[in-house]
Design a binder for this molecule. Structure first.
Ligand SMILES: NC(=O)c1ccc[n+]([C@@H]2O[C@H](COP(=O)([O-])OP(=O)(O)OC[C@H]3O[C@@H](n4cnc5c(N)ncnc54)[C@H](OP(=O)(O)O)[C@@H]3O)[C@@H](O)[C@H]2O)c1
Length: 327
């Protein structure tokens, strides 16, 4: 076993098949995050061969996730490990009175990118994404500004998140897309119908978020779990009522397949994800080192065709999930 690496489109940038998703580090929706554990989680990535960190301008009310990454890597200082990491950040979404607000205007994207670089204590990121399209701004206009940031060397490659095929096309006409970031996991497979084939055809890397469906598919949340008031998961349909019961029935089936192949449920679920055709990396959120250690162990082995068939049958029995659209 060992980490696997994939190249992002034709950028020459190599990333691990498991990425550290740095949203939980900000501690906004997943309670109990501490700076100490966050720094230890990032440092653990070096041991595991995880060389890709995914963050965003809006991860934390004041950019806590980006600031913590800079502290962990000691960016901008002697002895910095910054150059060993492929850093992705995103702009175009921000917090407004506790709600997410899109702003894809060129001047905002430039300001947010420059602020992210300051927080990360670096002069460029490897990957800069439009976090989500702004309904008030044509996506081509946002893409044009990201192309300028690319040409100025503030980003080595550009990505886009939370868009459909028409927006991928419009964006790509203004600025070459290297990476696409949609939600994807065993229970959220909408991209297989359209954007995933588009990306495969255009040599765009697909890096997926929510591979563990916010921890639901990680196998450690029990049926009688009561989420804290501040935990956003208590509002999601997949964590409520019948959907919750059906999801636990599925996780029980996955647990037995996982134990048969000597892995945990989280390892099985992430392994399945990173071996789907066209998927470059799974963005696995973690706020403690043992979580990324477990998800990183998803790379470097293959499920047998018998085990894959058992997973398909379990998903068939689970039936169509009632998932709300992302963002
Ligand atoms: N582009 C976008 O719009 C967008 C949107 C969402 C996310 N993302 C990116 O994708 C990443 C992943 O999303 P996510 O963090 O929301 O969800 P996720 O990876 O599906 O789930 C993360 C949660 O699962 C639990 N977990 C992780 N590893 C575990 C393990 N080994 N055992 C048990 N539980 C484990 C943790 O919850 P507890 O610590 O609470 O137990 C963790 O907070 C984000 O960090 C971010 O980088 C991007």
């Amino acid at each position: 076993m060992g980490m696997e690496y994939r190249t992002l489109g034709d950028s020459g940038i190599e990333i691990s098949a498991v990425t550290l998703g740095c949203w939980p580090l900000a501690g906004m929706t997943s309670p109990g995050a501490t700076d100490e554990n966050g720094i230890a989680t990032i440092n653990e990535c070096f041991e595991l061969g995880v060389n890709h960190l995914d963050t965003a301008y809006m991860y934390g009310a004041e950019g806590e996730s980006e600031l913590l990454i800079a502290r962990a890597l000691k960016s901008g200082r002697k002895g910095s490990r910054r150059d060993e990491m492929v850093i992705a950040t995103k702009g175009g979404l921000h917090w407004e009175g506790g709600e997410r607000g899109p702003d894809g205007r060129p001047e905002t994207l430039r300001r947010e990118c420059e602020e992210s670089l300051r927080r990360l204590a670096t002069d460029r990121v490897e990957l800069y994404y439009l976090h989500a399209p702004d309904p008030k701004v044509p996506v081509a206009e946002s893409a044009g500004e990201l192309k300028r940031l690319l040409d100025e060397g503030k980003a080595r490659a550009i990505g886009v998140s939370n868009v459909g095929v028409a927006q991928l096309e419009a964006f790509n006409a203004e600025c070459p897309i290297t990476a696409y970031q949609p939600p994807y996991n065993m229970l959220q497979r909408e991209i297989e119908a359209d954007t995933l084939p588009w990306c495969r055809e255009h040599n765009v890397a697909v890096l997926v978020y929510w591979p563990l469906l916010k921890g639901l598919l990680a196998g450690s949340i029990t049926r009688d779990t009561v989420f804290a008031e501040t935990d956003s998961r208590r509002k999601y349909r997949m964590f409520l009522g019948q959907e919750w019961e059906k999801n636990h029935d599925l996780v029980d089936e996955l647990r037995s397949i996982a134990s048969e192949c000597g892995h945990t449920v989280a390892e099985l679920v992430v392994n399945w994800t990173i071996n789907r055709p066209g998927i470059s990396s799974a963005l696995c959120g973690a706020k403690r080192p043992e979580q990324i250690r477990e998800t990183a162990a998803a790379a470097g082995w293959k499920l047998s065709s018998r085990q894959l068939a058992k997973i398909d049958a379990a998903l068939e029995r689970r039936g169509k999930p009632d998932v709300e659209p992302p963002v």
